[in-house]
Write a protein that binds this ligand. Sequence first.
Ligand code: NDP
Length: 327
Amino acid sequence: MEYRYLGKSGLQVSELSFGSWITFGNQIEDNTSEELMAYAYDHGVNFFDNAEIYANGQSEIVMGKILKKMNWDRTSYVLSSKVYFGDGGKLPNQTGLSRKHIMEACHAALRRLQVDYLDLFFCHRPDKKTPMAETVWAMNHLIQQGKILYWGTSEWSALEIMEAHMVAEKLNLIGPVMEQPQYNMLHRDKVEVEYSKLYTTVGLGTTIWSPLASGLLSPKYIGQFPAGTRLGREELSWLKERSVTEEKLEIVRSLNAIALELNVSLPQLGIKWCQQNQHVSTVILGASKLSQLEENLNTLEVLPSIPDEINERIEAVLQNKPKHPAW
Ligand code: NDP
């Protein structure tokens, strides 16, 4: 496993990391979660991603129990949580980015994860109703208290990230270090265009999510719809509707043919494609089975690089290369 600096910060994260959305405390049994985390850690993964909303806090509870049982050296891994959506309650102040919810969400995450501090704490979405200065102050306060080490954003616009930086600079506070955007072959604009200036101006790091578009970038949806998969879950019917379209499946079939030519699997091609972008600090993997994690973590061994000619063929299939504005 190789490690990359998280933007311009001094923190190093494994190029491939592991997250718990949908799976921990929900889709999979706790012993499978344990098996997956242990496998990831043993294969060099040093960053584990979580959020207050995942399984309404249950995902953090499961991860906390595993961390306690494994008793890994706290200095050997990077742990995150995210605040915004709450852990199930919908009363005023149980969601959003007010000082109150940020403080309470952090304390709840520390309790559930059974750790003294979070390495990374993300604002899971922008909160248009809370003044930016209140959010930046709250994050800065948590850093000064030693409860979080770095803070960042998820699915914020470049403008919102810049506003946070301007507020931080004006008030002599610590600004956001990283953003967690969706990035995969089918979803590229934010990472490749919208944030492109921020990599150099503020040194933005990225911890990208859904590298396989929730499993769509695998051969399994090409034929008969498979049972027991994420896109078949009732609560995610909105995601299935958006993802499993004939147009997208046609792209998946063509990409699968390219992967087979390279003697790798489509998930491996999809993961390598994300990781080859130098603005991606870490690709967060998800898995519901050990066999998936084994395959996905093996990516950089079986496919150390994608030849230029293959990247061009991938672009010809995708037809979605974002256009860069002339700055
Ligand atoms: P992926 O797009 O890689 O989807 C993972 C899912 O795809 C697995 O759970 C599994 O689902 C399927 N899969 C994985 N590997 C394979 C394989 N080799 N062959 C076939 N199917 C496979 O990543 P996620 O969407 O899980 O995102 C990764 C992490 O990013 C999350 O865990 C979370 O930590 C974070 N995230 C953050 C968000 C944010 O808003 N900040 C939003 C979403 C995720 P199954 O077997 O059930 O089909």
